[in-house]
Design a binder for this molecule. Structure first.
Ligand code: NAD
Length: 252
């Protein structure tokens, strides 16, 4: 059987590498990891292609498609941000930083999805696209979880993730009849098990867990499995939606 081609933007990150791991186990997918950097524990069976979603993406994506073909699935797990990303609170943010982060994350996510959809339509291929939003694309950030941590609310993140939620609907409205499905996943906080007890995360994990109906953060595989569901034919009648995977965070 011919393997399905999957492009994963940000495939070296926390969520992207877990999506890659699970998809490769199924042995029916060819994974092309588009990222600015390789993961230390990169899977030998994936193909790494250095890709910066902030640089010349029109030409770059055409080159990737020429080399590997139009993807059956495109998943965007990237998290581009500027060096001053942590200074995005209402008090600290500067216009230049907000502008650059919005461009680098929101605009690149939306434009790249459109480029992939157009290339699929041109080649008469049905592509499933999954973008990553967040609970903070749906609701405001709860400042209580940052108590006794150095983390602050992030103005840019709410704009970026809210934009992805509505853009998904706009793309679905325009491309569904052309054979393209597009959805997004809205995860709550995610952490690897071994990091939970680190001093650096202790207060955040404690605060987050006491606010969360399920009483904990998500493991990367719990988000990855939802992304994979939306990317696969198991969700063939789902488009334009946001799948909330948040342990009940937005239910209360
Ligand atoms: N981790 C969480 O708790 C969480 C919660 C909700 C939503 N999300 C969203 O899920 C997505 C993935 O999150 P993550 O935790 O895996 O992030 P991560 O930082 O672990 O991984 C992001 C990946 O994007 C890559 N990247 C950064 N800039 C890039 C660029 N310019 N071009 C190409 N690749 C680039 C990085 O190299 C990295 O491999 C993000 O959009 C994030 O907002 C994460």
């Amino acid at each position: 059987m011919k393997k399905k081609i999957v492009f994963i933007l940000g495939g070296s990150g926390l969520i992207g590498s877990e999506v890659t791991r699970i998809l490769l186990e199924k042995k029916i997918y060819e994974i092309i990891n588009l990222d600015i950097k390789k993961n230390k524990s990169q899977n030998n069976n994936e193909i790494f292609f250095k890709f910066d979603c902030n640089n010349n993406i029109d030409n770059k994506i055409k080159r990737v498609i020429k080399k590997f073909g139009v993807p059956d699935i495109f998943i965007n797990c990237s998290y581009p941000k500027t060096r001053d990303w942590n200074k995005s609170s209402f008090k600290e943010i500067k216009y230049k930083s907000l502008n650059r982060n919005t461009k680098s994350h929101l605009i690149s996510s939306c434009y790249l999805a459109k480029l992939i959809a157009d290339e699929s339509v041109k080649k008469n291929k049905k592509c499933s696209i999954v973008l990553l939003s967040s609970i903070y694309g749906l609701v405001g950030q709860d400042a209580s979880i940052y108590r006794n941590t150095s983390i602050k609310e992030n103005m840019a993140y709410s704009i970026i993730k809210g934009g992805i939620v509505n853009f998904t609907k706009q793309m679905a409205s325009h491309y569904s009849r052309k054979g393209i499905r597009i959805n997004n996943v809205c995860p709550g906080g995610v952490i690897e098990k071994h990091k939970m007890k680190l001093k650096k995360y202790r207060n955040l994990v404690k605060n987050y867990s006491s606010r969360s109906p399920i009483g904990r953060l998500a493991e990367p595989k719990e988000i990855a499995n939802s992304i994979i569901f939306l990317s696969s034919d198991d969700s063939s009648y789902i488009t334009g939606t946001s799948l909330i995977v948040d342990g009940g965070w937005t239910a209360i």
